[in-house]
Design a binder for this molecule. Sequence first.
Ligand code: ADP
Ligand code: MG
Length: 351
Amino acid sequence: MAQRVFILLMICWAALNTAAAQRLPTKEPKAQKKVLLLMGTRFELAAVSRDEQKAWEAIDAGIKEIQRIEALISEWQNTSQTSEINRNAGIKPVVIDQELYDLISRSNRISEMTGGAFDISFASIDNVWKYDGSMKKEPSPEQVAASVSKINYKNIILNSQDRSVYLKEPGMKIGFGAIGKGYAANRARDVMREMGIQGGVVNAAGDLVTWGKQADGQSWYVGIADPAEKDKVFSWLTADNTAVVTSGNYEKYAEINGKRYSHIIDPRTGYPASGLKSVTIVCPNGELADALATAVSVLGKDEGLYLINQLKGVACLLITDADEVITSERMNLHYYQNKKKHAAPATSAVH
Ligand code: ADP
Ligand code: MG
Protein backbone atom coordinates (compact mmCIF):
# COMPACT_ATOMS: atom_id res chain seq x y z
CA MET A 1 0.00 0.00 0.00
CA ALA A 2 1.10 3.37 -0.71
CA GLN A 3 2.43 6.20 1.12
CA ARG A 4 1.34 8.80 3.44
CA VAL A 5 0.47 12.41 3.03
CA PHE A 6 3.92 13.21 1.88
CA ILE A 7 3.32 14.87 -1.36
CA LEU A 8 0.79 17.62 -1.73
CA LEU A 9 -0.32 17.97 -5.30
CA MET A 10 -1.16 21.47 -6.38
CA ILE A 11 -4.24 21.45 -8.51
CA CYS A 12 -5.96 24.72 -8.90
CA TRP A 13 -9.53 23.43 -8.76
CA ALA A 14 -10.77 26.57 -7.06
CA ALA A 15 -9.59 28.71 -9.92
CA LEU A 16 -11.38 26.49 -12.39
CA ASN A 17 -14.69 26.88 -10.77
CA THR A 18 -14.49 30.60 -10.32
CA ALA A 19 -13.10 33.47 -12.34
CA ALA A 20 -11.71 32.00 -15.54
CA ALA A 21 -14.35 29.39 -16.01
CA GLN A 22 -17.21 31.82 -15.47
CA ARG A 23 -15.85 34.41 -17.88
CA LEU A 24 -15.59 32.07 -20.84
CA PRO A 25 -17.47 28.93 -19.96
CA THR A 26 -17.40 27.35 -23.41
CA LYS A 27 -13.90 28.29 -24.55
CA GLU A 28 -11.66 27.96 -21.51
CA PRO A 29 -10.24 24.56 -20.70
CA LYS A 30 -11.52 23.02 -17.51
CA ALA A 31 -10.25 20.15 -15.43
CA GLN A 32 -12.49 17.27 -14.40
CA LYS A 33 -11.38 14.88 -11.75
CA LYS A 34 -12.40 11.57 -10.27
CA VAL A 35 -11.15 9.82 -7.15
CA LEU A 36 -11.72 6.10 -6.68
CA LEU A 37 -10.28 2.88 -5.36
CA LEU A 38 -8.32 0.86 -7.92
CA MET A 39 -5.60 -1.76 -7.34
CA GLY A 40 -6.41 -1.47 -3.64
CA THR A 41 -5.27 2.15 -3.73
CA ARG A 42 -6.78 5.62 -3.88
CA PHE A 43 -6.44 6.73 -7.51
CA GLU A 44 -7.13 10.25 -8.72
CA LEU A 45 -7.52 10.96 -12.44
CA ALA A 46 -7.72 14.51 -13.74
CA ALA A 47 -8.28 15.63 -17.33
CA VAL A 48 -8.02 19.17 -18.70
CA SER A 49 -10.12 19.87 -21.78
CA ARG A 50 -12.37 22.47 -23.37
CA ASP A 51 -14.86 19.67 -23.93
CA GLU A 52 -16.23 18.52 -20.59
CA GLN A 53 -17.80 15.37 -21.95
CA LYS A 54 -14.59 14.36 -23.65
CA ALA A 55 -12.76 14.82 -20.36
CA TRP A 56 -15.17 12.45 -18.61
CA GLU A 57 -14.95 9.90 -21.42
CA ALA A 58 -11.18 9.98 -21.14
CA ILE A 59 -11.28 9.55 -17.36
CA ASP A 60 -13.55 6.53 -17.80
CA ALA A 61 -11.19 5.08 -20.41
CA GLY A 62 -8.25 5.64 -18.04
CA ILE A 63 -10.11 3.81 -15.28
CA LYS A 64 -10.92 0.88 -17.60
CA GLU A 65 -7.26 0.67 -18.57
CA ILE A 66 -6.17 0.48 -14.92
CA GLN A 67 -8.78 -2.24 -14.27
CA ARG A 68 -7.59 -4.18 -17.31
CA ILE A 69 -3.98 -4.02 -16.10
CA GLU A 70 -4.96 -5.08 -12.61
CA ALA A 71 -6.78 -8.15 -13.98
CA LEU A 72 -3.68 -9.08 -15.98
CA ILE A 73 -0.91 -8.52 -13.43
CA SER A 74 -2.43 -8.90 -9.96
CA GLU A 75 -0.93 -11.69 -7.89
CA TRP A 76 -4.06 -11.57 -5.71
CA GLN A 77 -6.60 -12.43 -8.42
CA ASN A 78 -6.32 -16.14 -9.13
CA THR A 79 -7.53 -15.67 -12.71
CA SER A 80 -4.59 -13.41 -13.60
CA GLN A 81 -1.66 -14.57 -15.72
CA THR A 82 0.64 -13.69 -12.83
CA SER A 83 -1.20 -16.19 -10.62
CA GLU A 84 -0.87 -18.79 -13.37
CA ILE A 85 2.90 -18.22 -13.41
CA ASN A 86 3.07 -18.48 -9.62
CA ARG A 87 1.03 -21.71 -9.52
CA ASN A 88 3.49 -23.28 -11.92
CA ALA A 89 6.65 -22.32 -10.02
CA GLY A 90 9.10 -25.24 -10.18
CA ILE A 91 6.66 -27.10 -12.45
CA LYS A 92 6.60 -25.61 -15.94
CA PRO A 93 6.91 -22.45 -18.05
CA VAL A 94 3.72 -20.51 -18.75
CA VAL A 95 3.03 -18.72 -22.03
CA ILE A 96 1.80 -15.19 -21.35
CA ASP A 97 0.71 -12.00 -23.14
CA GLN A 98 3.42 -9.84 -24.61
CA GLU A 99 2.43 -7.01 -22.28
CA LEU A 100 3.10 -9.00 -19.11
CA TYR A 101 6.19 -10.57 -20.62
CA ASP A 102 7.57 -7.09 -21.31
CA LEU A 103 6.70 -5.87 -17.80
CA ILE A 104 8.59 -8.82 -16.31
CA SER A 105 11.62 -8.22 -18.53
CA ARG A 106 11.70 -4.54 -17.62
CA SER A 107 11.38 -5.49 -13.93
CA ASN A 108 14.33 -7.85 -14.27
CA ARG A 109 16.39 -5.14 -15.92
CA ILE A 110 15.69 -2.86 -12.94
CA SER A 111 16.77 -5.70 -10.63
CA GLU A 112 20.07 -5.92 -12.54
CA MET A 113 20.49 -2.16 -12.41
CA THR A 114 19.88 -2.04 -8.64
CA GLY A 115 21.91 -5.12 -7.74
CA GLY A 116 18.77 -6.95 -6.64
CA ALA A 117 17.49 -4.20 -4.31
CA PHE A 118 14.31 -4.24 -6.38
CA ASP A 119 13.05 -7.74 -7.17
CA ILE A 120 9.56 -8.82 -8.25
CA SER A 121 10.17 -12.32 -6.85
CA PHE A 122 9.97 -10.50 -3.52
CA ALA A 123 6.37 -11.75 -3.49
CA SER A 124 7.52 -15.16 -2.19
CA ILE A 125 8.54 -13.60 1.13
CA ASP A 126 7.49 -15.39 4.23
CA ASN A 127 6.14 -12.45 6.17
CA VAL A 128 8.13 -12.57 9.38
CA TRP A 129 7.61 -8.81 9.78
CA LYS A 130 4.01 -8.11 10.76
CA TYR A 131 2.37 -4.78 10.12
CA ASP A 132 -0.74 -5.26 12.22
CA GLY A 133 0.82 -4.35 15.55
CA SER A 134 1.06 -8.02 16.64
CA MET A 135 4.86 -8.23 16.65
CA LYS A 136 6.46 -7.95 20.08
CA LYS A 137 10.06 -8.78 19.23
CA GLU A 138 12.29 -9.04 16.20
CA PRO A 139 12.25 -12.41 14.41
CA SER A 140 15.43 -14.46 14.80
CA PRO A 141 18.25 -14.02 12.24
CA GLU A 142 17.53 -17.57 11.02
CA GLN A 143 13.86 -16.78 10.47
CA VAL A 144 14.78 -13.58 8.66
CA ALA A 145 17.26 -15.33 6.36
CA ALA A 146 14.78 -18.12 5.60
CA SER A 147 12.02 -15.63 4.80
CA VAL A 148 13.83 -14.41 1.66
CA SER A 149 15.38 -17.68 0.54
CA LYS A 150 13.11 -17.98 -2.52
CA ILE A 151 13.71 -14.44 -3.74
CA ASN A 152 16.03 -14.22 -6.72
CA TYR A 153 15.16 -12.51 -9.97
CA LYS A 154 17.83 -14.62 -11.72
CA ASN A 155 15.50 -17.59 -11.28
CA ILE A 156 12.78 -15.88 -13.33
CA ILE A 157 13.46 -17.54 -16.67
CA LEU A 158 12.13 -15.68 -19.69
CA ASN A 159 11.96 -17.31 -23.08
CA SER A 160 11.29 -14.90 -25.91
CA GLN A 161 10.90 -17.76 -28.45
CA ASP A 162 7.59 -18.90 -27.05
CA ARG A 163 6.95 -15.84 -24.79
CA SER A 164 6.94 -17.93 -21.67
CA VAL A 165 8.10 -17.39 -18.12
CA TYR A 166 9.25 -20.02 -15.70
CA LEU A 167 9.93 -19.63 -12.00
CA LYS A 168 12.72 -22.08 -11.41
CA GLU A 169 12.21 -22.85 -7.72
CA PRO A 170 9.07 -24.38 -6.20
CA GLY A 171 7.46 -21.82 -3.88
CA MET A 172 8.74 -18.84 -5.89
CA LYS A 173 6.27 -16.04 -6.60
CA ILE A 174 6.29 -12.79 -8.48
CA GLY A 175 4.25 -9.67 -7.73
CA PHE A 176 4.16 -6.09 -8.88
CA GLY A 177 3.51 -4.24 -5.60
CA ALA A 178 6.48 -1.97 -6.10
CA ILE A 179 6.07 -1.21 -9.82
CA GLY A 180 2.48 -1.96 -10.92
CA LYS A 181 0.91 1.33 -9.84
CA GLY A 182 3.55 3.25 -11.78
CA TYR A 183 2.92 1.11 -14.87
CA ALA A 184 -0.85 1.55 -14.58
CA ALA A 185 -0.48 5.32 -14.14
CA ASN A 186 1.71 5.51 -17.26
CA ARG A 187 -0.83 3.54 -19.27
CA ALA A 188 -3.85 5.53 -18.06
CA ARG A 189 -2.01 8.73 -18.98
CA ASP A 190 -1.24 7.36 -22.46
CA VAL A 191 -4.85 6.36 -23.06
CA MET A 192 -6.16 9.76 -21.97
CA ARG A 193 -3.55 11.67 -23.96
CA GLU A 194 -4.26 9.61 -27.08
CA MET A 195 -7.92 10.60 -26.74
CA GLY A 196 -6.83 14.21 -27.18
CA ILE A 197 -6.80 15.33 -23.57
CA GLN A 198 -4.34 18.21 -23.45
CA GLY A 199 -3.28 17.94 -19.83
CA GLY A 200 -3.86 15.89 -16.75
CA VAL A 201 -2.68 13.92 -13.78
CA VAL A 202 -2.98 10.27 -12.81
CA ASN A 203 -2.14 9.92 -9.17
CA ALA A 204 -2.00 6.54 -7.46
CA ALA A 205 -1.74 7.48 -3.81
CA GLY A 206 1.30 9.64 -4.28
CA ASP A 207 2.69 7.85 -7.33
CA LEU A 208 1.76 10.36 -9.98
CA VAL A 209 2.29 11.18 -13.63
CA THR A 210 1.39 14.45 -15.32
CA TRP A 211 1.14 15.71 -18.86
CA GLY A 212 0.43 19.08 -20.45
CA LYS A 213 -0.56 21.99 -18.23
CA GLN A 214 -3.19 22.88 -15.70
CA ALA A 215 -6.45 24.40 -17.01
CA ASP A 216 -5.15 27.95 -16.49
CA GLY A 217 -2.02 27.21 -18.52
CA GLN A 218 0.25 26.99 -15.50
CA SER A 219 2.64 24.15 -14.87
CA TRP A 220 1.70 21.37 -12.50
CA TYR A 221 3.37 21.68 -9.13
CA VAL A 222 4.01 19.04 -6.56
CA GLY A 223 4.62 20.23 -3.04
CA ILE A 224 7.08 18.37 -0.85
CA ALA A 225 5.88 18.24 2.72
CA ASP A 226 8.11 19.47 5.48
CA PRO A 227 9.38 16.41 7.35
CA ALA A 228 9.09 18.26 10.62
CA GLU A 229 5.56 19.49 9.95
CA LYS A 230 3.92 17.10 7.57
CA ASP A 231 1.02 19.30 6.54
CA LYS A 232 3.31 22.14 5.51
CA VAL A 233 4.96 22.40 2.13
CA PHE A 234 8.59 23.44 2.22
CA SER A 235 9.38 23.39 -1.47
CA TRP A 236 7.81 22.85 -4.84
CA LEU A 237 8.74 20.85 -7.87
CA THR A 238 7.61 21.86 -11.32
CA ALA A 239 6.08 18.67 -12.58
CA ASP A 240 5.32 18.99 -16.29
CA ASN A 241 5.23 15.78 -18.31
CA THR A 242 6.84 13.83 -15.58
CA ALA A 243 6.32 11.28 -12.85
CA VAL A 244 6.81 12.01 -9.17
CA VAL A 245 6.76 8.93 -6.97
CA THR A 246 7.33 8.65 -3.23
CA SER A 247 8.08 5.59 -1.15
CA GLY A 248 8.30 6.04 2.57
CA ASN A 249 7.81 4.40 5.89
CA TYR A 250 5.18 6.78 7.24
CA GLU A 251 2.06 4.82 6.61
CA LYS A 252 2.84 1.15 6.62
CA TYR A 253 5.38 0.02 9.17
CA ALA A 254 5.82 -2.27 12.12
CA GLU A 255 6.90 -0.96 15.50
CA ILE A 256 8.78 -2.92 18.15
CA ASN A 257 9.96 -1.15 21.29
CA GLY A 258 9.52 2.21 19.61
CA LYS A 259 11.60 1.29 16.56
CA ARG A 260 9.95 1.46 13.14
CA TYR A 261 10.36 -1.28 10.56
CA SER A 262 9.56 -0.43 6.95
CA HIS A 263 7.33 -2.50 4.64
CA ILE A 264 10.10 -2.23 2.08
CA ILE A 265 12.50 -5.09 2.65
CA ASP A 266 15.99 -5.73 1.42
CA PRO A 267 15.55 -8.97 -0.57
CA ARG A 268 19.22 -9.75 -0.08
CA THR A 269 19.01 -9.84 3.74
CA GLY A 270 15.35 -10.03 4.72
CA TYR A 271 15.69 -6.95 6.93
CA PRO A 272 13.50 -3.87 6.47
CA ALA A 273 15.03 -0.92 4.65
CA SER A 274 16.27 1.69 7.10
CA GLY A 275 17.87 5.12 7.18
CA LEU A 276 15.46 6.92 4.85
CA LYS A 277 12.06 8.19 5.88
CA SER A 278 11.09 8.81 2.32
CA VAL A 279 12.38 8.66 -1.21
CA THR A 280 10.90 10.78 -4.00
CA ILE A 281 11.91 9.97 -7.57
CA VAL A 282 11.28 12.34 -10.47
CA CYS A 283 11.60 11.14 -14.07
CA PRO A 284 9.37 10.99 -17.14
CA ASN A 285 8.42 7.33 -16.60
CA GLY A 286 6.04 6.45 -13.73
CA GLU A 287 6.92 2.77 -13.80
CA LEU A 288 10.66 3.37 -13.53
CA ALA A 289 10.09 6.01 -10.83
CA ASP A 290 7.97 3.57 -8.81
CA ALA A 291 10.56 0.79 -8.96
CA LEU A 292 13.44 3.14 -8.26
CA ALA A 293 11.70 4.66 -5.22
CA THR A 294 11.56 1.17 -3.72
CA ALA A 295 15.11 0.33 -4.77
CA VAL A 296 16.61 3.54 -3.36
CA SER A 297 14.75 2.94 -0.07
CA VAL A 298 16.59 -0.39 0.09
CA LEU A 299 19.96 0.91 -1.10
CA GLY A 300 19.98 3.80 1.36
CA LYS A 301 21.37 7.30 1.06
CA ASP A 302 24.85 6.80 -0.37
CA GLU A 303 24.31 3.93 -2.78
CA GLY A 304 20.90 5.29 -3.72
CA LEU A 305 22.23 8.73 -4.62
CA TYR A 306 25.10 7.18 -6.52
CA LEU A 307 22.67 5.15 -8.62
CA ILE A 308 20.33 8.06 -9.34
CA ASN A 309 23.18 10.36 -10.32
CA GLN A 310 24.22 7.80 -12.96
CA LEU A 311 20.80 7.73 -14.59
CA LYS A 312 20.04 10.25 -17.29
CA GLY A 313 16.79 12.14 -16.72
CA VAL A 314 16.24 10.79 -13.20
CA ALA A 315 16.38 12.85 -10.01
CA CYS A 316 15.58 12.18 -6.39
CA LEU A 317 14.85 13.83 -3.08
CA LEU A 318 15.60 11.85 0.07
CA ILE A 319 14.57 12.54 3.64
CA THR A 320 16.67 10.72 6.18
CA ASP A 321 15.53 9.43 9.54
CA ALA A 322 17.23 12.51 11.01
CA ASP A 323 15.04 14.76 8.80
CA GLU A 324 17.97 15.72 6.61
CA VAL A 325 16.84 16.60 3.06
CA ILE A 326 19.16 15.44 0.31
CA THR A 327 18.72 15.90 -3.42
CA SER A 328 20.45 14.36 -6.40
CA GLU A 329 22.43 16.50 -8.82
CA ARG A 330 19.52 17.27 -11.08
CA MET A 331 16.69 17.94 -8.65
CA ASN A 332 15.09 21.27 -9.38
CA LEU A 333 13.37 22.61 -6.27
CA HIS A 334 11.39 25.80 -6.07
CA TYR A 335 10.94 27.40 -2.74
CA TYR A 336 7.63 28.02 -1.14
CA GLN A 337 7.87 31.79 -1.21
CA ASN A 338 8.15 31.81 -5.00
CA LYS A 339 5.11 29.65 -5.48
CA LYS A 340 2.86 31.13 -2.87
CA LYS A 341 0.28 32.26 -5.39
CA HIS A 342 -0.25 28.63 -6.37
CA ALA A 343 -0.85 27.69 -2.80
CA ALA A 344 -3.92 29.90 -2.54
CA PRO A 345 -6.40 27.68 -4.38
CA ALA A 346 -7.46 24.39 -2.88
CA THR A 347 -4.40 22.28 -2.31
CA SER A 348 -5.32 18.68 -2.63
CA ALA A 349 -3.52 16.35 -0.33
CA VAL A 350 -2.49 13.09 -1.84
CA HIS A 351 -2.77 10.15 0.50
P1 ADP B 1 4.04 1.85 -1.93
O1 ADP B 1 3.25 0.79 -2.60
O2 ADP B 1 3.81 1.98 -0.47
O3 ADP B 1 4.05 3.15 -2.65
P2 ADP B 1 6.43 0.71 -2.97
O4 ADP B 1 6.17 1.12 -4.36
O5 ADP B 1 7.79 0.94 -2.47
O6 ADP B 1 5.52 1.43 -1.92
O7 ADP B 1 6.05 -0.83 -2.85
C1 ADP B 1 6.17 -1.50 -1.66
C2 ADP B 1 5.60 -2.89 -1.82
O8 ADP B 1 6.40 -3.62 -2.72
C3 ADP B 1 5.63 -3.65 -0.52
O9 ADP B 1 4.42 -3.55 0.17
C4 ADP B 1 5.92 -5.07 -0.98
O10 ADP B 1 4.76 -5.72 -1.41
C5 ADP B 1 6.77 -4.87 -2.20
N1 ADP B 1 8.21 -4.80 -1.89
C6 ADP B 1 8.81 -4.53 -0.71
N2 ADP B 1 10.14 -4.54 -0.82
C7 ADP B 1 10.40 -4.83 -2.12
C8 ADP B 1 11.60 -4.99 -2.89
N3 ADP B 1 12.78 -4.85 -2.32
N4 ADP B 1 11.48 -5.29 -4.21
C9 ADP B 1 10.27 -5.42 -4.79
N5 ADP B 1 9.11 -5.31 -4.13
C10 ADP B 1 9.16 -4.99 -2.82
MG1 MG C 1 7.68 1.43 -5.76
